[in-house]
Design a protein around this ligand. Sequence first.
Ligand SMILES: [Zn+2]
Length: 471
Amino acid sequence: MLKLYNTLTNQIEEFKPLNPPNVGMYICGPTVYDYFHIGNARTFIMADIIRRYLEYKGNNVKFVMNLTDIDDKIIKKSIEEKIPASEVAKKYSDAFFEDIKRLRIKTATLYPKATEHIDEILRMIKNLIDNGAAYNVDGNVFYNVSSFKSYGKLSGKKIDELEVGARVEVMEEKQNPLDFALWKKSKEGEPFWKSEWGNGRPGWHIECSAMSCKHLGETFDIHAGGNDLIFPHHENEIAQSEAATKKPFVKYWLHFGFLNINKEKMSKSLGNFFTAREVLAKYSAEAIRLFFSQAHYRGPVDFTAELLDAAEKGLEKLKNLRATIDTAINKNKTGGTIPDFDFNSFENRFSAAMDEDFNSPQAVAVIFDFVKEVNRVIAEKENIHLDFYITVKKFLSKTAGDVLGIISFEEKELRKDSLLENELIKILIDIRLKVKNEKNFQLADEIRKKLDALGITLKDTKEGTDFFKRD
Ligand SMILES: [Zn+2]
């Protein structure tokens, strides 16, 4: 039984999807005005692991992540870079897709974009005005927060306390300082869409309500995002959606903890700001994923080079076992004995950990216990039956591979067009054979490991050394 912490109720609850085995999951994606940072990467990776685990449990997950492709930051960047806002959005959405692919994040079912949902957004705003939940002041449309009685139910904030705090930034046109923009009148030179209230563009919050409603329905199972989005973004999404549909918006709200760098808040002014691609230039995607898996998704995480190095080192154990399995399977030897090994207990421990509010640190510990135990058996027993290795591979591929994404067992022949790459690998294989013959096993192993880090796996067979590329 899967249990998860619901920010809406502040409780651990049993997960019961609305229409099992279908699960609708929405996560607030990036505003595409820059490369995303390592804190965003944590959110995307942990959401990915949660989605993969729901699939592991047999659910059919419709995973929707939006792209905010029109907003103040994008307009600001377009002025700085002297290119149209649409080009800024295109450039950084392309970069976003490249980076999430490199982080081995599974492709979402859908990536809806704000600019492709203007009709849905306009319809929802109209609906809110008709319901008395929004008002138009000279081409700016605002949500009337006091019309929504349960405003604050997600963040636990109280309207009257918030009003006191918000008074400093009173906007003349707003009836209440907490009211927020649904439609913003366009300024000279800004991109705009036509509406019955005049030319303008959507406010940020409304796009998530409009797009999740269109793609997941008026009520859906899971809405996730970073902790920093609880207020006001998610609070406002609830107010908009529930006032428009008169139905509960989301059943389970999941939020991811903050990321610090060496115990300090990450910020450009402190010079400790890292984009995901900067970190990917130094560390493998698997190490980054392992590092994040070792902290619970709700808690804070401290990002340090030492911890990343340790994750990279930890992965070596998994990769070495994978090489052992590959070699054994490749030899395809018949006969031998099957050691007594309780695979079920490891599988049960793994799912028991993940069932407990996606306790990935515990799940990682189970995987490394498993690796240790398998290595012990291999070291002690001789002539082990092939089936044992196949079952080991199956277990790791389902858990560490499919759920956590910290190792891959998929094999792909090198592309035919990468002739130079193929030839270079063959040269390295020859050199490795020579140093092996000279009994320099350390160097031979180093060559194998370094190629492995690049996603190229060597397989020693009787006929010589073969190689595969892992994606
Ligand atoms: Zn959102």
